[in-house]
Design a protein around this ligand. Structure first.
Ligand code: MG
Length: 453
């Protein structure tokens, strides 16, 4: 058996490269451990469109059945659709085979509880313990589980979203929307959701293909040129791109300008806080300061978390928050599900456009002051990271926040976030300032400080 070394569960489930850092034997053993952890009930399984997905789907199904669990197979679905359906269709839990936005050679396994939310860190440790100690249940021949198809996941997901937004108001506007699922799983849901919302839909990269030939599985303002072209050529009101498993969305206005998720998230927060004052919005420490300006104006509250979608989800649940968002395009609406969902975020964006009756560029320009973000990373030996951080903290003369890494306030409108990457030997440097020049210059200064150690 070829299995990843060290801890299995990272910030977002188990990730590995099939054939290189893990194999089908590993997937079966992991699934046996997951099935043992759940102990009873029927489990829902789904996958994104990766080339190794079918192989791992068969392995995970086999492992779950071996531990005695019955399995309902959803096939290729967006992660948020599987999460929503886990709860809506009453499953004991679910397993998603996905590596989200990672390069095509990766794949992974995410485990959700009956509420559709990723199981807690403690429960991940329980599964890991069963795996490491080899104590998974092997069902007797009369008790092994059996599979059946579950064809209703995407329908339930779309209906769930339609019931949580003002569908009538959106439909009346007959928006034109250009959609770029990036050959990922939202190709099977988002265009149909938009049609159900009365939109005229233009699609690119909308055939599910695990080699991600269009633009790769991660939507970033740098690789969405085709979406910009599609929006302009079709005179669309909005453009939207999703990551490989469809839980993140990046938007483009009618003029072809792209926005990071904390900009679109702050616009939706402004709209929702206006209707629900005194509510809480949750976002990681890395998001733009515009949300504080929005919350101040609307009388809301902002809670900052560590970087990572599970931290945002858990905080939303604990603090009964109104919504959450991430700078990478994650949007969380607990009235629907407390996990991030690209489809629900798109529907919310359309509701803002319909209710405020203006072009997206204008809504963005008037909702909050403009800030500029510069992102870069510096290779740093992991053994040196602590010393680098200590030195930066010692030299900082402004306020320093330590929610995740170091957030150094250079002045009251400029901050730098210095964080060790969780996945590579790098230190990330994010800087936000009122002008691009200032953001670039400040980033340069911190990169120099990181390099100096
Ligand atoms: Mg994703």
């Amino acid at each position: 058996m070829l299995a990843p070394r060290g801890r299995l569960f990272g910030t977002n489930g188990v990730r590995f490269i099939p054939g290189v850092t893990g194999d089908v034997g590993f997937a079966i053993k992991l699934a046996e451990s997951v099935g043992t952890y759940f102990a009873d009930g029927e489990l829902l399984t789904g996958r994104d469109g990766r080339l190794t997905g079918q192989m791992l789907f068969a392995s995970v199904t086999a492992g779950l059945m071996s531990s005695g669990r019955n399995v309902a197979e959803a096939g290729i679905v967006p992660t948020p659709a599987l999460q929503f359906a886990t709860k809506a269709l009453g499953y004991r839990g679910s397993v998603m085979i996905t590596a989200s936005h990672n390069p095509p050679e990766y794949n992974g396994v995410k485990v959700m509880g009956p509420d559709g939310v990723e199981v807690s860190r403690l429960d991940e440790q329980r599964i890991e313990k069963i795996f490491q100690e080899g104590t998974s249940r092997k069902a007797d021949w009369k008790e092994v589980g059996s599979p059946r198809p579950e064809p209703n996941v995407i329908r339930a997901y779309i209906n769930g979203i339609l019931s949580k937004v003002n569908s009538k108001l959106i439909s009346e506007r007959r928006f034109k929307v250009a959609v770029d699922p990036g050959n990922g799983a939202q190709a099977l849901a988002a265009p149909y959701l938009l049609e159900a919302l009365g939109c005229k839909v233009v699609t690119i990269n909308s055939i599910v293909d695990g080699s991600f030939p269009g633009r790769g599985p991660e939507p970033t303002p740098e690789n969405l040129r085709d979406l910009v072209v599609a929006v302009r050529a079709s005179h669309a009101d909005l453009g939207v791109a999703y990551d490989g498993d469809g839980d993140r969305s990046i938007f483009c206005d009618e003029g072809g300008n792209l926005y990071w998720g904390d900009q679109s998230g702050s616009l939706i927060a402004d709209y929702l806080l206006e209707r629900n004052p005194n509510s809480t919005v949750v976002t990681p420490i890395s998001s733009s300061q515009v949300i504080e300006a929005v919350a101040k104006r609307r009388g809301g509250k902002v809670l900052r978390t560590r970087v990572g979608s599970v931290d945002v989800s858990r905080t939303i649940i604990e603090r009964k928050a109104l919504m959450g968002f991430e700078e990478n395009g994650g949007g969380f609406f607990p009235a629907h599900i407390p996990t991030r969902d690209g489809g629900m975020t798109t529907a919310m964006m359309l509701e803002v456009m319909a209710a405020r009756a203006g072009a997206v560029s204008k809504l963005m320009a008037t909702a909050f002051p403009r800030f500029y973000l510069t992102k870069t990373k510096v290779p740093v030996d992991p053994s040196k990271v602590r010393e680098v951080m200590r030195n930066i903290e010692r030299r900082a003369d402004g306020k320093v926040e330590k929610v995740d890494g170091l957030k150094v306030w250079v002045d009251d409108k400029t901050w730098a976030l210095i964080r060790a990457s969780g996945t590579e030997p790098m230190v990330r440097v994010f800087v936000e300032a009122e002008t691009k020049e200032k953001a670039d210059a400040t980033a340069k200064r911190f990169v120099k400080a990181v390099k100096a150690g």
